[in-house]
Ligand binder design. Structure first.
Ligand code: RFL
Ligand code: PHB
Length: 384
């Protein structure tokens, strides 16, 4: 099989890239290791920056997002028993964020791909990529096959195979954190109409939501945390305590999981015919709500560069791809690291650390300049 762009991975990055290319008359084949059922139900991110919403709407896949997404104009920071609102929209020149589950974005993009009757293979695992020739070896329906591509887009997430195919000239940058998030999806009406990021001596907590009936909640925990130590009773009492909510805030837990936190960037994000996008190239801790937004922004840059190459014979956009993306990536890396450091309490934190964090929190909630910096990073930079 031959195609112009071989796309490995049907997460937000791979699916949006395929869609943007189709709109420009460029053909692609998407290979996804998992089943459709699995990728459509994987609970992950929930916050879309204004630029991501605009991008999806301009690509013609924003109809349900604009109908069902929850538009937010601020977030709450809670610490020391006080709640402080950061008025995002007021401080960012009118921009906002939209709460809409990542799996809903994925469902909308899969529906668009299948409606156009274009190739999207589920349970097709890439097992080897050659950056020089643009060949993807993959396993599908019991057979081993090859896909010959002019360009390969590695959109296969942090644990994918494409990054290894960049070779040895690339440089990784990593930071591990000594904590993780216990994420809970629960059948309980959100206790707040905006997100609450809570600093607490017992650890960070985050109150988010998916719909007016479903809340999405996170608790800082240890990276090696055993879920067996978290019976429902403990989850609710810890959430109530850290978020400053009363005992009525509880409901049926639909799903729970522990995710580690790390920062990671590989430079450059490209080699020969292979271009990485999204989590395959970079990871941020989730405290800044940036991961899915970076994935979408990367493929907006990549789609534009591929249009230059295939339609106008101009390869400059592809040459500059990594450099263009890495500017946004490193801004998000810094912001996510900063939010994480301000809000999480390390196991070996002392009084000095705690006083620095509280001072920083008081500063961002009392200085308009500091709050503006948080707001413009949180709502995100313009997407190209
Ligand atoms: P994905 O979504 O991981 O998709 C990669 C796809 O590639 C497939 N794959 C392969 N396919 C074929 N062959 C192979 N060899 C393959 N290996 C892997 C996988 O099955 C998968 O379908 O990467 P993508 O598209 O780059 O998207 C990135 C986002 O998923 C990620 O950054 C976000 O979920 C991060 N994130 C958040 N981002 C936000 O913008 N806002 C948030 O509020 C937010 N919250 C979060 C998050 C991530 C979390 N976890 C679970 C780490 C909250 C959490 C708890
Ligand atoms: C979520 O709703 O899943 C969410 C919101 C904000 C974050 C991370 C995750 O910072």
């Amino acid at each position: 099989m031959r195609t112009q762009v071989g796309i490995v991975g049907a997460g937000p990055a791979g699916l949006l890239l395929a869609h943007l290319l189709h709109r420009e008359g460029i053909e692609s084949v998407v290979l996804e290791d998992r089943s459709r059922e699995y990728v459509e139900h994987r609970v992950r991110a929930g916050v879309l920056e204004q630029g991501s919403v605009d991008l999806l709407a301009a690509a013609g896949v924003g109809e349900r997002l604009q109908r069902e997404g929850l538009v937010h104009h601020g977030i709450w920071l809670r610490f020391d028993g006080e709640n402080h609102r950061i008025p995002l929209t007021e401080l960012s020149g009118g921009r906002s964020i939209t709460v809409y589950g990542q799996q809903e974005v994925v469902k909308d993009l899969i529906a668009a791909r299948l409606a156009a009757d274009l190739p999207l293979l589920f349970e097709a695992e890439a097992i080897g990529v050659d950056a020089g020739s643009g060949t993807i070896r993959y396993r599908h329906a019991g057979d081993e096959r090859e896909l010959e591509c002019d360009v390969v887009a590695g959109c296969d997430g942090f644990h994918g195979v494409c990054r290894d195919a960049l070779g040895t000239v690339v440089r990784p940058f990593t930071r591990e954190y000594p904590f993780a998030w216990l994420g809970v999806l629960a059948e309980v009406a959100p206790a707040s109409d905006e997100l609450i990021y809570a600093w607490n001596e017992r650890g960070f907590a985050l109150h988010s939501m998916r719909t007016p009936e479903i809340s999405r909640l996170y608790l800082q925990c240890r990276p090696d945390e055993d879920l067996a130590e978290w019976p429902e009773e403990r989850i609710w009492s810890e959430l109530q305590l850290r978020l400053g909510l009363d005992e009525s805030f509880r409901g049926a837990i639909l799903e729970q999981a522990v995710s580690p936190m790390r920062s990671f960037v590989v430079e450059p994000m490209q080699s020969e015919r292979l271009f990485l996008a999204g989590d395959a190239a970079h990871i941020v801790p989730p405290t800044g709500a940036k991961g899915m937004n970076l994935a979408l922004a990367d493929v907006a840059v990549l789609a534009r560069a591929l249009v230059g190459r295939f339609r106008d014979g101009d390869g400059d956009g592809l040459t500059a791809y990594s450099e263009t993306c890495l500017r946004r990536v490193w801004r998000a890396e810094h912001f996510s690291w900063w939010m994480t450091s301000m809000l999480h309490v390390g196991a070996d934190a002392d009084e000095f650390d705690r006083r620095l964090q509280l001072s920083q929190l008081r500063y961002v909630t009392s200085s308009r300049a500091a709050a503006t910096s948080l707001a413009e990073n949180y709502v995100g930079l313009e997407t190209v």
